[in-house]
Design a binder for this molecule. Structure first.
Ligand SMILES: [Zn+2]
Length: 247
């Protein structure tokens, strides 16, 4: 057996019991353990970790622990504080795209409303979600820490907030997306792209009042849903403005 100590920084402490937050945690384990295993055993999913130092030297997840090692674990938000670190995964592809877990439907709709490519179905199972993120390099958004610990998940973020308006702000902050938002570009129902459509083409589908009062329409190129700046638009625009003001 070997004796090591771990310390977690920033929002990685969200995953720890109160007594272990922002303090050195003693860990005893078998020899030759890779550093990734005790990090996850303490509660922190590997996609949340962006840098690891052992005895102040940068290492990656494959580092094998030695007796007496002092391990410091950093989230993305704190990496800029380090003079150097080893990348733990390839950079998040840009433009970033997402796949959202089944309990995050409203967050997915908000991401689409702001123009971000987001897959969502309310019947995905865990294996499908992990498979999608592994094969497409989409960032997996979930509140399920166990799902994020799956080996094949490379890019993932544990959504701590419960309120969808706080969730969207936290995701935009995490991936620094405030300046990348392109509202009203995607269909909130299916993630398809919206395109301008001539009123004459869709006239037959419009209610009489919509036909009378509105002239500018867009249509989803995937599901055919028609959008226009109707009576609720001012409310939605205020919501978008308030979300982006907090990022
Ligand atoms: Zn659509």
């Amino acid at each position: 057996m070997i004796n090591t100590t771990f310390r977690f920084y920033g929002n990685l402490n969200d995953f720890l019991p109160k007594a272990q937050r922002n303090v050195w945690i003693a860990q005893q384990m078998g020899e030759h353990a890779a550093v990734k295993h005790p990090i996850e055993a303490l509660g922190v999913p590997h996609p949340e970790v962006d840098a690891i130092l052992v005895n102040r030297a940068p290492v990656d997840f494959s580092y094998h622990l030695q007796n007496g090692d002092r391990v410091e674990v950093y989230p993305a938000e704190a990496v800029h504080l380090l003079p150097c670190h080893l990348p733990l995964r390839p950079p998040t592809p840009t433009p970033v795209s997402f796949v959202a877990d089944t309990h995050l439907g409203q967050l997915a709709a908000y991401l689409r409303m702001l123009g971000f490519d987001t897959l969502y179905r309310n019947d995905y199972d865990d294996a499908q979600l992990a498979g999608i993120t592994a094969t497409t390099a989409r960032v997996l958004l979930t509140r399920d820490r166990g799902l994020l610990k799956r080996r094949i998940v490379v890019y993932g973020y544990c959504v701590r907030e419960v309120d969808p308006r706080r969730q969207i702000v936290s995701v935009l902050r995490r991936y620094q997306l405030g300046a990348c938002a392109q509202p009203w570009r995607r269909c909130t129902h299916c993630n398809g792209l919206l395109r301008r459509v001539d009123k004459q083409v869709i006239l037959a589908y419009l209610q009489p009042k919509t036909r009378r009062y509105y002239d500018d329409f867009e249509q989803c190129d995937t599901c055919g849903q028609v959008y226009w700046q109707g009576s609720h638009f001012a409310q939605m625009a205020a919501l978008v403005e308030s979300i982006l003001a907090q990022v």
